[in-house]
Ligand binder design. Structure first.
Ligand code: IMP
Ligand code: MG
Length: 179
């Protein structure tokens, strides 16, 4: 793809890691007596969550929520804002919050806080990539696919101006592609 500068995580590496994450999460939740609910953060997590739930041999429900922090052509976080409702029935359930990336951690912190208000039985968070920056490392996140350098990345759900989400790998954009 001409706009890509370098591939940071290949399609094969993602496939293997998603299977591993699925096994680990299924193990951790295998004794769960109450319902397991996946809360996927739109739009960036759609590709990841679709792969992850098929790697999870568990009974589960899927709920969606939306948070925006990189509107339009931003390549710096503009602060997390809820764009949609959370599922409202999380009390007593085992919740797994799934997002694409941990960057400033604002999205995950905001959503964890809101979900905890509903008193779930447990709350865990899973992202496919985490950037190498202090705020990201300080944010509570039980399952991380890959640690990557602190660069703006696209692919596997991650976008620039709503493009590139369908790339099967995660990579950086050439400077010329950022307008
Ligand atoms: P945080 O709230 O700063 O951790 O950012 C999380 C959200 O910002 C993610 O769900 C992504 O949608 C978006 N985001 C953060 N970093 C990137 C990136 O490098 N490329 C594309 N989107 C990003
Ligand atoms: Mg997002």
């Amino acid at each position: 793809m001409a706009d890509i500068e370098s591939v940071l995580v290949s399609e094969e590496a993602i496939r293997d890691r998603v299977s591993e994450l699925g096994r680990q999460i299924a193990d951790d939740l295998s004794g769960a007596e109450s319902e397991v609910v996946i809360v996927a953060v739109l739009t960036g997590s759609v590709i990841f969550v679709a792969d992850l739930v098929r790697a999870l041999p568990l009974r589960l429900h899927i709920g969606l929520t939306a948070v925006s922090s990189y509107p339009g052509r931003s390549t710096q976080s503009q602060g997390a804002q809820m764009q949609g409702e959370l599922p409202q029935n999380l009390a007593g359930k085992h919740v797994l919050l799934v997002d694409d990336i941990l960057d400033t951690g604002r999205t995950i912190r905001l959503l964890r806080g809101e979900i905890l208000k509903q008193s779930p039985a447990s709350l865990r968070t899973c992202v496919i990539v985490r950037k190498d920056r202090p705020q990201a490392r300080e944010c509570q996140c039980e399952y991380v696919g890959f640690d990557i350098p602190d660069a703006f990345v696209v692919g596997y759900g991650l976008d620039y101006n709503n493009e590139y989400r369908n790339l099967p790998f995660i990579g950086t954009l050439r400077r010329e592609a950022i307008k």
